[in-house]
Design a binder for this molecule. Sequence first.
Ligand SMILES: [Zn+2]
Length: 201
Amino acid sequence: MRIEEDRSIGRGASPTELQWQSIVGNDATCDGTFYYAVRTTAIFCRPSCGSRPPLRENTSVFASADAARKAGYRPCKRCKPTGERLPDEEWVASVTAYIHSRYMEPLPLNKLAEAGHGSPFHLHRTFKRVTGATPAAYVQQVRIKQAQELLRSSDEAVATIGQRVGLPNAPYFITLFKKETGHTPAQYRMLHDKGENSYES
Ligand SMILES: [Zn+2]
């Protein structure tokens, strides 16, 4: 059955495999990095939204809430992608943005606290309450996601990729990667090597 398409709604980019996994997994670590919009409902959400996962073929991604709105989508009432944020959320969002731009460098808690102009203790507690993860765990999640992207999109050696994402100790990188994804970096690359073009092109 073919659903009649609303011509007034613009199509964004198709989600990449990683974006799609974030949408299906309600991954809060991706909030703010993109928004997804569902053509059949004309609504857009944050990746972490707890609404029922949409069909992938109906899903578009946008870099900003503004872009989604301009394309004709309305903000979701549940996850409020354009909604007012509480001061704590704002603060944590500024720290997560910092992490996303600096994950390749050492990011101990005191450095994050300094960047966020708060105390390490307060940041640790607030960050965990807002995101569900400690700052240290969040940093590692971001690194592993970047490593996944590089393993899929480049031929660089595993150790080099570890260095590029801020995990220069190769055995530690491999152990952490396996803990987070269930595969070693080499296994992950093999599993995702074929069919890459069908996802990303
Ligand atoms: Zn939502």
